[in-house]
Design a protein around this ligand. Structure first.
Ligand SMILES: Cc1cc2nc3c(=O)[nH]c(=O)nc-3n(C[C@H](O)[C@H](O)[C@H](O)COP(=O)(O)OP(=O)(O)OC[C@H]3O[C@@H](n4cnc5c(N)ncnc54)[C@H](O)[C@@H]3O)c2cc1C
Length: 420
């Protein structure tokens, strides 16, 4: 076993806070936030990560503008975590959407509220924010050990695979922030489920969250419209409890089916339906701002010498919406205003399956909260904490994921500080 220096090497003072070797394993936003709280308190944690650089998923989130959090009222915000809200409440109380904005500001990044209520840094970029954050952490004493993949844990020995072979370490306290298993090329593979599962801990199977769904599009539709947004539609269906789920928004036609924010928001409920029975049909109101009778009246108007397409186009029915009709109605039925109206107002979109976890934005399932105490410490393994997407919760996109994982990082670090 490597003799590991437990003191801050450059420290001349020997305060008690420097005498603990605290390891944070996983340099995503959850682990980095834990490091920030600990280093702000005078400790010098070491962050280990399998990848050559930190927080690759956080960086990818920057491609969508880095939606840090949401500005809706706090009660509604907290309800976005579904059944896990009760377990996440302490994290959200410790690190609210407002705290997220203050945190970004403390690093020199002002935020703004977009038209949908989502909160972004002014430049909508992740890289400058992450660079500044890591710089501050290092300046505050946090050390980084990259290319260290946790491969085993036995008693007090933590085993890592490194470019120089297997290395064993022992620590005074450990915060595990190993992520879920979506987009595994970014670092989080879910391999930790074996390491923790072997310890007898309860782990729910990892599943995709905020993912796309497969639709059997015709070849011609797929070729023409893959990548096309379907704007201003209202999606509705009943969830497994019979509750009506309905929302206005935008989705994206993909090569395999559908994806995008409107779909992601409902991905948990649709996944649950598909797990019970597939395929599952959801409904789209393709003209939510026109009533059935308005639409019917317009479609019953005189077509004259115009082609059906030109007639529809004048009514605003063209492109992807017109082609969707052709996907489900035979040619001879397209001139029947009543049927066309009904189909436009309640378009049946049959979802065959959900896309795999490797493609998803986030992960559902994971280490159950019943394994953890109120500080997110493993009940059976004192001074080992678990935080972030590796825990059994999910939330839609909209800034809920980053707020949730960073809140948990803070909660565990505060818990550890209490113990120390
Ligand atoms: C395309 C995309 C866009 C997103 N956009 C947003 C957004 O705008 N807003 C939002 O709120 N959320 C967004 N998310 C989700 C958000 O990025 C994640 O929820 C968040 O990064 C999870 O944080 P985490 O620290 O728990 O895990 P991760 O970020 O996955 O970090 C875990 C770390 O642990 C390391 N690791 C894993 N296993 C090991 C091991 N065995 N040994 C050592 N290290 C290991 C990994 O390399 C990784 O660095 C997005 C996700 C994706 C994929």
């Amino acid at each position: 076993m490597l003799p590991y220096n437990r003191r801050r090497e450059d420290a001349t003072s020997k305060s008690s806070s420097e005498q603990f070797m605290i390891a944070i394993i996983g340099a995503g936003p959850a682990g980095l936030m834990a490091a920030q709280v600990l280093s702000d308190a005078g400790y010098a944690p070491t962050i280990f990560d399998a990848m050559p650089s930190a927080a690759r998923k956080f960086l990818i989130a920057g491609r969508g503008g880095l939606n840090l959090t949401h500005s809706e009222n706090f009660e509604l915000f907290c309800s976005r975590y579904f059944e896990a809200q009760v377990f996440l409440q302490p994290a959200l109380d410790n690190f609210s959407p407002n705290d997220m904005r203050l945190w970004a500001k403390s690093l020199g990044f002002e935020t703004f509220v977009g038209s949908s209520g989502k909160v972004y840094p002014l430049d909508k970029k992740a890289a400058p924010l992450l660079r500044t954050w890591i710089h501050k952490l290092k300046a505050n004493g946090t050390k980084f050990k990259m290319k260290h993949r946790l491969v085993g844990w036995s008693k007090d020995i933590w085993q890592f695979e490194t470019p120089d072979g297997i290395k064993n370490y022992s620590f005074d306290a450990v915060i595990l922030a190993l992520g879920g298993a979506s987009l595994p090329h970014l670092g989080s593979t879910g391999a930790w489920t074996k390491i923790l599962g072997d310890k007898g801990l309860e782990i729910s199977p990892l599943k995709p969250a905020n993912m796309g769904f497969n639709v059997n599009w015709s070849e011609i539709f797929k070729e023409k419209f893959s990548g096309t947004p379907l704007k201003n539609v209202e999606l509705s269906f009943r969830d497994i409890n019979g509750n009506l789920q309905s929302k206005l928004g935008e989705l994206l036609v993909s090569q395999n089916g559908v994806e995008g924010s409107l779909i992601y928001t409902h991905s948990k409920f649709i996944r649950e339906q598909l797990e019970q029975k597939s395929p599952f049909t959801i409904y789209l109101d393709l003209f939510p701002h026109r009533t059935q009778s308005q639409l019917h009246e317009q479609l019953s108007g005189k077509q004259g010498k115009k082609s059906l397409s030109s007639f529809w186009k004048r009514l605003g029915l063209d492109g992807v919406k017109a082609s969707l009709l052709r996907e489900v109605l035979a040619k001879e039925l397209l001139t029947e205003p009543e049927l066309v109206t009904k189909t436009l107002k309640k378009f049946p979109l049959t979802l065959e399956t959900f896309r795999p976890l490797e493609e998803a934005i986030s992960t559902a399932g994971g280490l159950g909260f019943e394994n953890l105490d109120e500080h997110l410490m493993l009940k059976d393994f004192p001074k080992v904490f678990c935080v972030g997407e590796m825990l059994d919760w999910e939330a839609p996109t909209g800034g809920y994921l980053l707020t949730g994982v960073m809140g948990q990082g803070k909660q565990a670090a505060l818990g550890l500080l209490k113990l120390l």
